[in-house]
Design a protein around this ligand. Structure first.
Ligand SMILES: [Mg+2]
Length: 132
């Protein structure tokens, strides 16, 4: 596997096509690949219902995260470690849901960054609508 420095050298000749941000993105791509592979090692659920199972799991875990925030408001104390653990559970479901959709997690991560960069460049980062 190429290291960050190697990737930089690899694409120096094609600077017109690939900028430094893209190279940084490629560096964290491998983290997403690793993470998704690790999650899939523990993905034990009925595979014939994998799409629904992971969607429901993500909704459930995001609710657990919201619950930690809610309890912080109610009780006046906040357990950031417990909230962070719930975000981790969300990530597990995001990784497995992506797999069930037939996507690599890095494709999804790159897609959202590309979308947001494009919106920022067109000055439509604020507002609403999926197709801005
Ligand atoms: Mg949880």
């Amino acid at each position: 596997m190429a290291k960050w420095g190697d990737i930089g050298k690899l694409f120096k000749e094609e600077e017109d096509m690939i900028n430094e941000t893209d190279i940084e993105a490629m560096a964290w791509k491998s983290d997403f690949e690793w993470f998704q592979e690790e999650c899939l090692k523990t993905a034990i659920y009925p595979k014939q219902q994998g799409l629904a199972y992971t969607a429901l799991g993500l909704a459930s875990e995001s609710g657990e995260y919201a619950g930690k925030i809610k309890k912080g408001i109610r009780d006046g104390t906040f357990d950031d470690k417990a909230a962070a653990a719930e975000l981790g559970d969300c990530l597990w479901y995001i990784a497995t849901a992506a797999h069930e959709l037939g996507y690599d997690l890095d494709e999804i991560a790159h897609g959202v960054v590309k979308k947001l960069r494009d919106r920022a460049e067109r000055n439509v980062i604020q507002g609403s609508g999926d197709s801005r």
